[in-house]
Design a protein around this ligand. Sequence first.
Ligand code: UDX
Length: 437
Amino acid sequence: MNIGIIGLGFVGLSLSSVLASKGHAVIGIDTDKKKCLEIRNGKSPIYEPDLEKTLKNALKKSLKISDNFSLIKNCDMIFVTVGTPQKINGEIELSMIKKAVKSIGKIIKITKKNPIIFIKSTVIPGTTKKIILPILEKESGKTADKEFGIISNPEFLQESNAIRDTKCPHVIILGGTNTKYMKRAKAFFSKMHHNVPIIITKYQTAEMIKYANNSFLATKISFINQLSNICQNIPDADVDDVASAIGLDPRIGKLFLSAGPGYGGSCLPKDMSALINFGGSVGADTAFLKAVKKTNDEQINSIISLMKKRLGSLSNKKITILGTAFKPNTDDIRDSKSIELIKKLLKNKVKISVYDPKALENTKRIFGNKIVYSKSLTSALDKSHAAIIMTQWKQFELISNKSLHNMKNKLIIDSRRMLAKKELDGEYYAIGIGEKR
Ligand code: UDX
């Protein structure tokens, strides 16, 4: 197959690398020339386990990278994987996807192929049919379902597991109309992923499935975070034991029940806001979704109040933040709760030092010289009044009494309960664990 992939972020770059490794002729397109050059040289612009290895392998095979849209004119399939970031009012920004599909439309006009365009970018229900399809028809002068196909194909990959999830998705959603293009798409995916359920549905339902999925994950996290705040006020209670026990009930399931500082990242917060906004616009009551979001927005205060309880005034205290990435094994800090915490602490005149194994460069871009960046865990803790674990990097499990040696106050606040089972000198407080009695 000749395959074009438009937009080389997490989803597009992982998909390009995996499909080319499997032997397809893939052309990855991105308008950012510098990014294209980096990728062509086998360097991933983002830190993602296994991505660079897969990319290098793909480049040796049949992956081509360019900023030139005309190269996709012989493609049988074109995947749109450009970002749909959040606007200030919570809606999603469609300018990038509109620009991309305009360019694709111009290619459809001149191609002799009958390509299928897959929309992988997350868009609110109705967007593919009401906005994207008309742009493609207008720019190409051709008719959808006749001279080209268009299918909504949402993506569920998780950052830090992007390659694994691209190779082995748990489901494939194909939204559109029942045409020869849908049959071709189904045959393509069933050959590539044996035994993975393929759901064929309408455009709007496919788009809604993506929001339903992410808002349910957000719900589980806010649920356990609220329970965690209750547990924290019960002597000897432990939210992880509660989560493990209820997770054994197959109706509940054990995943996404880890209490913490709230969900962050480039998807869950953005998708929650977009769904609340969209629900409201169609006249639906979104009180439940709003409560999930509010619980998440307020969760960071649980950490700040723990700090204030133990340290009194925070002003001029040196506090170490361990982890700025929104989750481990990524350098992504978009909507990271750790970044939000640092912003709040800076307002309280706290002196901040941070350590993160991968995300320091991205963190520097936000805070510049307002905070101190440490190259190691030990130097980050030096003369600190308190340390707060924000991201579950494996490295933080190794924190020992020796690591705390040079702290001014041996006070650890653990938002992920990574050190809960360790006997540490000094004071240790964790979100979701009540005081020992
Ligand atoms: C998410 C969805 O999981 C994925 O299916 C979708 O395609 C994109 O959005 P991602 O943003 O990569 O993926 O991260 P995810 O692993 O879902 O974690 C999101 C946030 O929730 C992180 O901040 C994480 O720390 C937090 N989280 C997750 C918890 O606090 N507790 C949990 O139990 C799980």
